[in-house]
Ligand binder design. Structure first.
Ligand code: SF4
Length: 150
C-alpha cells in the first residue's frame, strides 16, 4: 500500500524495510499510517479462505475506533481484478453487514471504486458518483444502509 507520509507508492517496497522485508528500520517512529494499519488476515478477522497471497488482495481496516469502520480491499500487484468474483462479493457484503461498516475496493492510487454496504447494496463509482467524493474523502454510503449504532 502507499504510505502517504513517505515516498512510498503502492506496490513498491518501503525504503525502511530491513532483513529482506522481515522488519522495519524505524519501528517506534514509523508513520501514523503504518501504526494504524490493521490487516484482517493477520488478526484472524478475514473471511475464511481470504489469505492475501492466495486470493490476490488484502483487507485493511482503518480507524477502528470511529464508526462506521471502513475496510479497504487492496489488490496485490498484478492481481487487480482478483477481488471480483461472486464468492468474494458475497464475502464483502457479509463482512460489511457483520461489522455494520463499509467495504471498499480501492484502485492502485488508493481511490475507492466500489462500496459494499451493510444493507447488501453495492455502489460503484461509475453508477453512483455521489457516493465517491473526488477529494479522496471517505465514501458517502447513505446512512439508511447502516443499522443504527448501538
Ligand atoms: S512499518 Fe516501517 S517498513 Fe513498513 S511501511 Fe511503515 S515505515 Fe516502511
Amino acid at each position: 500500500m502507499a504510505v502517504r507520509e513517505l515516498p512510498k507508492a503502492a506496490g513498491q517496497p518501503c525504503g525502511h524495510l530491513l532483513g529482506g522485508g522481515r522488519g522495519c528500520g524505524i519501528w517506534g517512529a514509523h508513520p501514523p499510517s503504518c501504526q494504524t494499519f490493521h490487516c484482517l488476515w493477520r488478526h484472524g478477522e478475514a473471511p475464511e479462505g481470504l489469505f492475501p497471497p492466495d486470493c490476490g488482495f488484502l483487507l485493511a481496516a482503518g480507524e477502528r475506533d470511529r464508526w462506521p469502520v471502513a475496510v479497504q480491499v487492496v489488490s496485490l500487484p498484478g492481481r487487480r481484478h482478483a477481488w471480483n468474483t461472486p464468492e468474494n462479493r458475497e464475502a464483502f457484503s457479509r463482512l460489511a453487514a457483520a461489522w455494520n461498516g463499509v467495504v471498499t475496493i480501492t484502485d492502485a492510487e488508493g481511490c475507492a471504486t466500489h462500496a459494499f454496504a451493510p444493507s447488501g447494496r453495492v455502489y460503484s463509482r461509475t453508477l453512483n458518483p455521489e457516493v465517491f467524493p473526488e477529494d479522496g474523502a471517505r465514501v458517502a454510503v447513505p446512512v439508511g444502509d447502516y443499522r443504527p449504532a448501538a
